[in-house]
Design a binder for this molecule. Structure first.
Ligand code: WT7
Length: 656
């Protein structure tokens, strides 16, 4: 397992201090400064956040109350009026930043664009006016299914500008998955592109939208706005489909930002859980703006001359918070790259760093592991001396990969911020502040000021140092998710009831196992539920099982993660077949393809294992623990006495 085991990391006690030069110029300059800040925030979180909200953001109208906490429902900056698009763009226009690069974009085939804040303003206003012309009003949900091109960010900011919540669906999801999300969110319009470049091929996004909408598949969608990217031939349905470049002709570039209520919904973003279909995580405006602003500023230690690059896709929360909203709110230059490292161009990331003189680079452990495999000569043959700070996110990073990143990419001079957070938390929760907190390879170190993170048992008792427990947060924070879209009950059940509240104390349950060491450093061990992570993409085993079972050949399916050196985990599906089907190579292929069609290529099982039966308890529950061991090729250890039929296990073992 690339998730570090307790045994391996217990022995990890290397400590890396920022250089004196880095610390002196940093936003937060010493451990003592961090600790003071942390204690101040802890003593009075409301006062802490209110002071920052006042200092750092523009409000059309000030709030009446900082926090209204009716557990588990929080409201921040109650009755404040704010617009995040205004904070990300307009307020910079009256400063010298007006003509600073807001967005640098590099396309996969090598084309590029740079938009200054003034230019971004114009694009966003025009886009917003086109949305309005197509009937989008404040409160209407807009689906965004886009490649990594500037218009993805422009569309998000345009929605925010007019108060239309967006729901971005990652371009790697299938038409079926897109349809589900558009329906759940009741989207009124979809923004897409003719296609996008991905690993030397064109992803036909518009075709997928057509498929999602065919046979009235998403009845709430009235219009589709299509950005031209690849010049693909696409079919345009008259009355429904519109080219962005046509509609923008003659459209006004004046569109004042709508004063939004602090608690108005900014976006819905779907993410997988251990049960049921993906949840629509709801984020609102004021608290999210403040928290992503502050975390970007302090964790990435932004300076006005920096070029900042986060390699995520805008289809994930990392893209929302740390490509678009956090950096732009700070007036930073944010870089967006359409491509992914690929066999034909293994050095492409390093070329981008060299070309633009990137100072801050934020990527995922799975990418780092891929780079290690591609070989040191790629980064070594580029000039990476502009880099000052490195970051990682998405899954635990094994100390070896951390060291490689530190040595080969960071030249042993750049601190690494290993940032733990989730779609649900909106922003980074546990992380080094790079000028202040010495790092240990594999640890996300300590909570951000204002975040009361803890490791507890199922009753909520803190566990002793270096013992495993559940990662929780004990107090609301500004960018926490507000609910599951349309399902308050699921919100309560999923996050607030695993550890029952006591004495008025509520525990936000993250779903991760963790340990805290004697220095108060957090070591995140990975999910404790049936969520698996393939190349940093979060997938619910049950979603994949449902996809498999929807195939006529499949009677039952159980999906588990198998440790994989490169991708973190690989999907292994144990499948039993309906009576008249027999295992075959064709069926193996067909089932994998079926999952791709139902969810997307990111969910393609690495292995299908056909079996006559699945190991179950006497009460009929599939014993995944056993299947996980089997998939990993390990001996099945632990209690198997609840197994209904031992021969099932023996047979599965033989077949392995
Ligand atoms: C899950 C959240 C939020 C950014 C991208 C993923 C895992 C995230 C770390 C880290 C160990 C991490 C956790 C978490 N995770 N960052 N630095 N160290 N694990 O967002 O798809 O909502 O997934 O990713 O398991 O619960 P997400």
């Amino acid at each position: 397992m690339t998730v570090p085991t307790i045994e391996s990391i217990l022995h990890e006690n290397r400590l890396f201090h920022p250089t004196a030069e880095f610390a002196q110029q940093a936003q937060i300059k010493s451990l003592q400064d961090y600790e003071q800040l942390y204690e101040r925030a802890k003593a009075n979180p409301e006062a802490f956040w209110a002071e920052l909200a006042e200092q750092e953001l523009h409000w059309f109208q000030k709030w009446d109350k900082v926090l209204d906490w009716q557990p588990p429902f929080a409201k921040w900056f109650v009755d404040g009026k704010i617009n995040i698009s205004y904070n990300c763009i307009d307020r910079h226009l009256t400063t010298w930043r007006r003509n600073k690069a807001a967005l640098i974009w590099e396309g996969e085939p090598g084309d590029s664009r740079t938009l200054t804040y003034a230019q971004l303003h114009r694009e966003v206003c025009q886009f917003a006016n086109v949305l309005k012309q197509l009937g989008v009003q404040k409160g209407d949900v807009v689906g965004i299914y886009m490649p990594m091109i500037p218009e993805a960010a422009i569309a998000m900011l345009a929605c925010a500008r007019i108060g239309a919540p967006h729901t971005v669906v990652f371009g790697g999801f299938s038409a079926e998955a897109l349809r589900d999300r558009l329906n759940d969110g009741q989207a009124k319009l979809v923004v897409t592109a003719d296609g996008g470049w991905r690993k030397d091929a064109i992803v036909p996004l518009k075709d997928q939208v057509d498929k999602a909408l065919e046979d009235n598949g998403a009845p709430t969608v009235e219009n589709v706005l299509v950005v031209q990217r690849t010049q693909q031939r696409v079919s345009m349905e008259p009355g429904r489909d519109h080219w962005w470049h046509d509609l923008r002709q003659g459209i006004s570039s004046d569109c004042p930002a709508e004063p939004m209520d602090s608690e108005d919904m900014l976006f819905i973003l779907y993410t997988s859980g251990s049960t049921g279909k993906p949840k629509g995580v709801v984020h609102t405006t004021g608290g999210y703006n403040l928290y992503t602003h502050m975390t970007t500023k302090w964790i990435f230690d932004l300076r006005d001359t920096d070029v900042y690059w986060c390699t995520a896709d805008v289809g994930w929360i990392t893209g929302h918070s740390y490509i678009v909203y956090g950096p732009l709110s700070n007036g930073a230059t944010t870089l967006m790259y359409e491509g992914a490292p690929r066999a034909s161009n293994p050095g492409c990331f390093w070329d981008v760093i060299e070309k633009y003189g990137v100072n801050i680079f934020y990527t995922a452990p799975t990418a780092i592991r891929a780079f290690i495999k591609m070989g040191e000569h790629h980064p070594r043959s580029r000039d990476l001396s502009s880099l000052r700070l490195l970051g990682t996110v998405g899954e635990p990073i094994n100390p070896e990969a951390w060291m490689w990143y530190y040595r080969v990419i960071g030249g042993e001079r750049c601190p690494i911020v290993d940032t733990w957070w989730q779609t649900e938390t909106g922003g980074i929760m546990i992380t080094p502040l790079p000028g202040a907190i010495p790092t240990k390879p594999g640890s996300a170190t300590r909570p951000f000021p204002g975040i009361l993170a803890d490791v507890v048992d199922l009753e909520g008792n803190p566990v002793p140092d270096n013992e495993g427990g559940y990662l929780v947060v004990r107090y609301p924070w500004p960018s926490m998710m507000r609910t599951v879209y349309g399902d308050d009950d699921r919100f309560r059940r999923t996050y607030w009831e695993h550890i029952p509240p006591r004495d008025g104390q509520y525990f936000y349950f993250a779903g991760d196992g963790a340990r805290r060491d004697e220095d108060g450093y957090f070591w995140v061990m990975g999910r404790v539920d049936d969520v698996i992570s393939v190349s940093g993409h979060r997938l619910g085993t049950m979603e994949i099982e449902s996809a498999l079972v929807s195939h006529p050949a499949v009677a039952e399916a159980a999906v588990v993660g198998k440790p994989d050196e490169l991708r973190g985990e690989e999907i292994v599906a144990f499948v039993t077949l309906e009576g008249h089907y027999t295992p075959s190579e064709e069926l193996d292929k067909a089932l994998k393809q079926h999952v791709v069609q139902e969810i997307g290529a990111l969910a393609r099982p690495g292995q299908i294992r056909f079996s006559d039966a699945l190991p179950k308890t006497r009460s009929g529950k599939i014993m995944r623990r056993l299947l996980r061991s089997l998939a990993a090729g390990q001996d099945v250890v632990g209690d198997t006495s609840t197994l209904e039929d031992r021969s099932v296990l023996d047979k599965l073992r033989e077949e392995a």
